[in-house]
Design a protein around this ligand. Structure first.
Ligand SMILES: Cc1cc2nc3c(=O)[nH]c(=O)nc-3n(C[C@H](O)[C@H](O)[C@H](O)COP(=O)(O)OP(=O)(O)OC[C@H]3O[C@@H](n4cnc5c(N)ncnc54)[C@H](O)[C@@H]3O)c2cc1C
Length: 424
C-alpha cells in the first residue's frame, strides 16, 4: 500500500526524474544526507556546498579534547576519499546566498550556480554573540568552529582567569576545560540554575555541586553588562546585577546558545518558525526542499510541540533519514533525543525530554558520581539522565521506546540489574 509519505518522496518535480541533489551546509547533517542518498542507490549527481574551508567535521571534540589540548579539535565526519568513493562532489568555501525556487537553482556568493531537482538545507546555526559595550574586544569569544576552539585554547594559560558566560552545555564544558588547564574560572548564568532548559532541578543542583567542588565560582541570576580592556590584554567584566568583584580575565567565552541559520529559507519563502519547519520526512513547505540537523524544526510522534534539536545524534540520524528520502526511499524520522556531555571525569547522558511535575526516580549514588535520574509518566519512563552510568541510559532508551510500565521501587534499587526489571 502506498502511503502519503511514499507519494511525497517519489514525486520528484511533477514526475521529473531527480538527477541533481544539492545540499547546502557542509556540517554533520549535510555530510550524512549526501552519503545516505548515495548509499540508498541514488544515481544522479550529489553536490555538497559548505562555506567553511574544511571537510564537514564533528563539533563535540571542539569543547572537549580541543580545549583540553588532549587530542585533535578537528575530526572530519568522513575522509576525503570517502566522498570520492561515493562520487559526492564536495565544495568548500561556498556560501550559498540565494535559492531561486522557480528556476530550481542555488546561487553562491562567488557567483557560481548549482541547479537542483531536490535541495537540502543543513545550515546549522551560529553561536549567539550578544552586543554590549566591549563585546567585540579581542578575547571575547564564542565556540562553534574549529577556529573558535583554537582561539579559545590559545588564550588558556595556567594561573590565568576565564569568565564563562552561560551555564548550558557548552559553557559547562568550557568551564571544566579551563579549570583543568589550570585557570581559575568564573561562570555566569542568567537563570536560577544550570542547564535549566534541558535538565530538571535535581540534575542542575548536581552539576552545580560538581563545578563548585572543582573550584569554579558560579554566579547565577546575573549577566554581563560590559567588558573593558585592561593592561596586558586583560578583560574586566562588569555584571548587570551590580558590583560583584570579578578579577581581570584572560578570556571571556560567550556560551549563550545558537541562532539557527534560517536566512536562506526565509528569503526563499519557506515556512520558518524557530527553525525551518519540516514534516516527518524532513520535507519543508516546498516538497522538493528538505532540511535536517540543528536548523530543522521537527514534528515527533510522542511530543505535542515541534522541536529543534541541537545534538550530534539528531544531526546524524535525521541527516540519514533525509538522505534516503531524497533518494526516493522514504523514511519517517522519529528518534528519541539523545545527548551527551563530558565534564571533568563525568560522562553525562540524556535521553528523552524532561518536563516539570513528573514522578522522579533516582538510581545510584550522586555522591559517587555514578547515578541516573528517571522521569516517569503513568509508570512509564519518559526521560532519563545519567552520570557515569551509560548502561542505565541505554536501557532507559529501550524502555522509553517500549513504553512498558516499570516497578519504580525496583528501578531505584541499583542492586537489581537494570536489565532484570520486571515490566508490565
Ligand atoms: C562546541 C560544541 C560541542 C558540542 N558537543 C556536543 C556533545 O557533546 N553532544 C552532542 O550530542 N552534541 C554536541 N554538539 C552539537 C552538535 O555538534 C550539533 O548538533 C551538530 O554539529 C549539528 O550539525 P548540523 O550539520 O546541523 O550543523 P553544523 O554543524 O552547524 O553545520 C552547518 C554547516 O553549514 C554551513 N552553512 C551555513 N549556512 C551556509 C550557507 N548559506 N552556505 C553554505 N554553508 C552554510 C555552516 O558554516 C556549517 O559548516 C556540540 C556543538 C558544539 C558547537
Amino acid at each position: 500500500m502506498r502511503t502519503d509519505i511514499d507519494e511525497r518522496a517519489n514525486r520528484a518535480g511533477n514526475g521529473r526524474m531527480t538527477t541533481n541533489i544539492v545540499i547546502v551546509g557542509g556540517g554533520q547533517a549535510g555530510a550524512w544526507i549526501a552519503r545516505s542518498a548515495r548509499e540508498a542507490g541514488f544515481q544522479g549527481t550529489v553536490t555538497l556546498l559548505g562555506d567553511e574551508p574544511h571537510l564537514p567535521y564533528e563539533r563535540p571534540p571542539l569543547s572537549k579534547a580541543g580545549l583540553l589540548g588532549t587530542g585533535a579539535a578537528y575530526s572530519p565526519v568522513f575522509e576525503r576519499e570517502d566522498y570520492e568513493k561515493l562520487d559526492i562532489r564536495f565544495e568548500a568555501g561556498k556560501r550559498v546566498i540565494e535559492i531561486e525556487r522557480p528556476n530550481r537553482k542555488v546561487v553562491c556568493a562567488d557567483g557560481s550556480q548549482y541547479p537542483y531537482d531536490r535541495l537540502a538545507l543543513a545550515t546549522g546555526g551560529r553561536a549567539r554573540h550578544p552586543v554590549f559595550p566591549g563585546s567585540d574586544l579581542p578575547g571575547v569569544l564564542t565556540l562553534r568552529t574549529v577556529e573558535d576552539a583554537a582561539a579559545i585554547a590559545s588564550r588558556m594559560r595556567e594561573g590565568g582567569h576565564a569568565v564563562i558566560v552561560g551555564g548550558g552545555w557548552i559553557g559547562l564544558e568550557a568551564a571544566a576545560a579551563a579549570l583543568q588547564r589550570g585557570m581559575s574560572v568564573t561562570l555566569l548564568e542568567s537563570a536560577e540554575r544550570l542547564c535549566a532548559r534541558s535538565l530538571p532541578p535535581f540534575m542542575s543542583d548536581f552539576l552545580l555541586g560538581a563545578h563548585l567542588g572543582h573550584g569554579v565560582r558560579v554566579i547565577t541570576r546575573t549577566s554581563l553588562s560590559s567588558i573593558r580592556a585592561a593592561e596586558g590584554g586583560q578583560l574586566i567584566a562588569t555584571l548587570a546585577t551590580g558590583a560583584q568583584d570579578i578579577e581581570p580575565a584572560d578570556l571571556v567565552v560567550l556560551g549563550v546558545g545558537l541562532a539557527p541559520d534560517v536566512e536562506l529559507a526565509v528569503r526563499a519563502g519557506l515556512h520558518v518558525d524557530n527553525g525551518i519547519v519540516v514534516d516527518e520526512t524532513g520535507a519543508t513547505s516546498d516538497p522538493e526542499i528538505f532540511a535536517a540537523g540543528d536548523v530543522a524544526s521537527l514534528p515527533l510522534s510522542w511530543q505535542q510541540d515541534r522541536l529543534r534539536l541541537e545534538s550530534w545524534a539528531n544531526a546524524q540520524n535525521q541527516g540519514i533519514a533525509v538522505g534516503r528520502t531524497m533518494a526516493g526511499e522514504p523514511v519517517r524520522y522519529d528518534d528519541l533525543p539523545w545527548f551527551w556531555s563530558d565534564q571533568y571525569d563525568m560522562n553525562i547522558q540524556m535521553v528523552g525530554l524532561f518536563a516539570p511535575g513528573r514522578q522522579e526516580v533516582l538510581r545510584g549514588d550522586p555522591s559517587m558520581q555514578r547515578f541516573s535520574l528517571f522521569q516517569l509518566e503513568e509508570g512509564r519512563i519518559v526521560a532519563a539522565a545519567s552520570v557515569n552510568a551509560a548502561r542505565d541510559l541505554k536501557r532507559a532508551r529501550q524502555l522509553i521506546k517500549d513504553a512498558k510500565v516499570v516497578d519504580a521501587n525496583a528501578l531505584a534499587d541499583s542492586t537489581i540489574p537494570i536489565n532484570r526489571l520486571s515490566l508490565v
